[in-house]
Design a protein around this ligand. Structure first.
Ligand code: NAD
Ligand code: UDP
Length: 393
C-alpha cells in the first residue's frame, strides 16, 4: 500500500484505533473503509458483530489462502462499555478512540428515556475520562439533533422570515440548541448528547483533551438498523429508512407521521465516511472542532422521501408501486406519548469545508437506488418466506 499523505502533504503513520460501537451501521462502514484503504488497526468494541462479520471471519481456504488483505488489523472485543474493566486497557493501547456507542433510534427516546440518557451521557463518561487521563485523542459521535428545532419554527406560518436561511440553517458555532419541554421526552437524547458535548469541550479547555465532535445529519445506506421480524424484533421501530424499506418489502403503505411534513437532509453513508477518514488522518485540522456532516442539497419532506422511495423501489424490484403508497398516522399512535420532532435540518458546511475540504457528492435519488437495491437483494426472499408462514395458533 502506498504511503498515505494528509491534507498538508505529510506522511500518515499507521495508527491503532479503539472503535466503540464498531458493530453498528456507521461503525461497519468505517471498519470497511479503514481495512480496504488504510494501514490502520482497529480494536472493534461492541456487544454485536453481525454487521462486521464479513471483515472478521476467515475467507474460504481457496480464496487468497483463507486470509483477508487486512488480516491481523481488525480484532473484535465483545464488551458492554457500561460495565467492563477491559475498556481502559483498550483505550490505552490505542492512538485514537472513536465513540459511536449509543441508543439512537427516536422510538426509544420517549419510551425508554432513562436508557437513552444513560447510554448517551453516563456510559460515555468513562470513555472521555480515560482519553483525557491517558492523553489519547477522541472522536465522539454526537448528533444534528442537538440543534433541536429551528428558530424559524417559532414564527407564524406565513412569516416571510421563515424563508430566510438565518432562521433555519444550523451552524456549529452560532446556532442555539432549542428543545421542547421536559414532558416531551423525545428530547432526552438530544439533551444527553448536548451535555456530553459540553463535557468533552470542557475537558479540552481545562485539561487539554484532543477531541473532535461529529454531528451526523441523517446518514443513510445499506446495513442501517434492522427489518422488523427479519433481523430485529417484530414490534421494533427503526429509523425512517428501515421503516419505509420494511413497508416497501412487505407491499404495505408507508406510514407518514403527523402528515410527513418534517424536513430532513439525507447524506449517503459512503460520502459521510470519507469525512470521518479525513478527521482521523488530519488531527491538526480536526482537533478542537465540532463538525456538521450532512448534505444540504438533499433536502426533502418525509412525504417526498416516501414518494421517492416508492418510485425507486418499483424500479429496482420490478414490482409495480402500490395503488395507495402512503397512509397518515399520528405521532401518538406511532411513537406514543412524549414524541416531538425536529422541523428542518440544513447543515451549514463552512467549517468542514474550510478545515477538511470535504463536500458530499451523492444525490438523493442515487443513494436511494443503491440502498434499496441492497435492501431488496438482502431481504425480499426472507420477507416472502415470513409472509407465507402460517401464524402459530
Ligand atoms: P447503531 O445503533 O447502528 O450503532 C451503535 C452501536 O453501538 C451498536 O452496534 C450498538 O450495539 C453499540 N453499543 C451501544 N451501546 C453499547 C454499549 N454499552 N457497549 C458496547 N456497544 C454498544 O447507530 P449508528 O447509526 O451507527 O450511530 C452511531 C453514532 O452516530 C451514535 O452515537 C449516534 O447517536 C450517532 N448518530 C448517527 C446518525 C445517523 O444518521 N446514522 C445521526 C445522528 C447521530
Ligand atoms: N417517520 C415517518 N414514518 C416512519 C418513520 C419515521 O414519518 O415510519 C418520520 C419521523 O417522524 C421523522 C422522520 O421520519 O419526522 C425521520 O425519522 P428518523 O427515525 O429517521 O429519525 P430523526 O431524523 O427524527 O432523528
Amino acid at each position: 500500500m502506498a504511503t498515505r499523505l494528509d491534507l498538508d502533504g505529510n506522511p500518515i503513520k499507521p495508527m491503532t484505533i479503539c472503535m466503540i460501537g464498531a458493530g453498528g451501521f456507521i461503525g461497519s462502514h468505517l471498519c470497511e473503509k479503514l481495512m480496504a484503504e488504510t494501514p490502520h488497526t482497529v480494536l472493534a468494541v461492541d456487544v454485536y458483530n453481525d454487521k462486521i462479520k464479513h471483515l472478521l471471519d476467515p475467507l474460504p481456504q481457496e480464496q487468497h489462502g483463507g486470509r483477508h488483505p487486512w488480516d491481523g488489523r481488525i480484532q473484535f472485543h465483545r464488551l458492554n462499555i457500561k460495565n467492563d474493566s477491559r475498556l481502559e486497557g483498550l483505550i490505552k493501547m490505542s492512538d485514537l478512540t472513536i465513540n459511536l456507542a449509543a441508543i439512537c433510534t427516536p422510538a426509544d427516546y420517549n419510551t425508554r428515556p432513562l436508557d437513552t440518557i444513560y447510554s448517551n451521557f453516563i456510559d460515555a463518561l468513562p470513555v472521555v475520562k480515560y482519553c483525557s487521563e491517558n492523553g489519547k485523542r477522541l472522536i465522539h459521535f454526537s448528533t444534528c439533533e442537538v440543534y433541536g428545532k429551528t428558530i424559524g419554527s417559532f414564527l407564524p406560518k406565513d412569516n416571510p422570515l421563515r424563508q430566510d436561511p438565518n432562521f433555519y440553517v444550523l451552524k456549529e458555532d452560532a446556532s442555539p440548541c432549542i428543545f421542547g419541554p421536559i414532558e416531551k421526552q423525545r428530547w432526552s437524547y438530544a439533551c444527553a448528547k448536548q451535555l456530553i458535548e459540553r463535557l468533552i469541550y470542557a475537558e479540552g479547555a481545562e485539561n487539554g483533551l484532543e477531541f473532535t465532535i461529529v454531528r451526523p445529519f441523517n446518514w443513510i445506506g445499506p446495513r442501517m438498523d434492522f427489518i422488523p421480524g427479519i433481523d430485529g424484533p417484530s414490534e421494533g421501530v427503526p429509523r425512517v429508512l428501515a421503516c419505509f424499506s420494511n413497508n416497501l418489502l412487505r407491499g404495505e403503505p408507508l406510514k407518514l407521521v403527523d402528515g410527513g411534513q418534517s424536513q430532513r437532509t439525507f447524506v449517503y453513508i459512503k460520502d459521510a465516511i470519507e469525512a470521518v477518514l479525513l478527521m482521523i488522518e488530519n488531527p491538526n485540522r480536526a482537533n478542537g472542532q465540532i463538525f456538521n456532516v450532512g448534505n444540504p442539497n438533499n433536502e426533502v419532506t418525509v412525504r417526498q422521501l416516501a414518494e421517492m422511495m416508492t418510485e425507486v423501489y418499483a424500479k429496482v424490484s420490478g414490482e409495480p408501486p402500490l395503488v395507495q403508497p402512503t397512509i397518515d398516522v399520528s405521532s401518538k399512535e406511532f411513537y406514543g406519548e412524549g414524541y416531538d420532532d425536529s422541523d428542518k435540518r440544513i447543515p451549514d458546511m463552512t467549517i468542514i469545508n474550510k478545515q477538511l475540504g470535504w463536500n458530499p457528492k451523492t444525490p438523493l435519488w442515487d443513494l436511494l437506488e443503491s440502498t434499496l437495491t441492497y435492501q431488496h437483494r438482502t431481504y425480499a426472499e426472507a420477507i416472502k418466506r415470513a409472509i407465507a408462514k402460517p401464524i402459530a395458533s
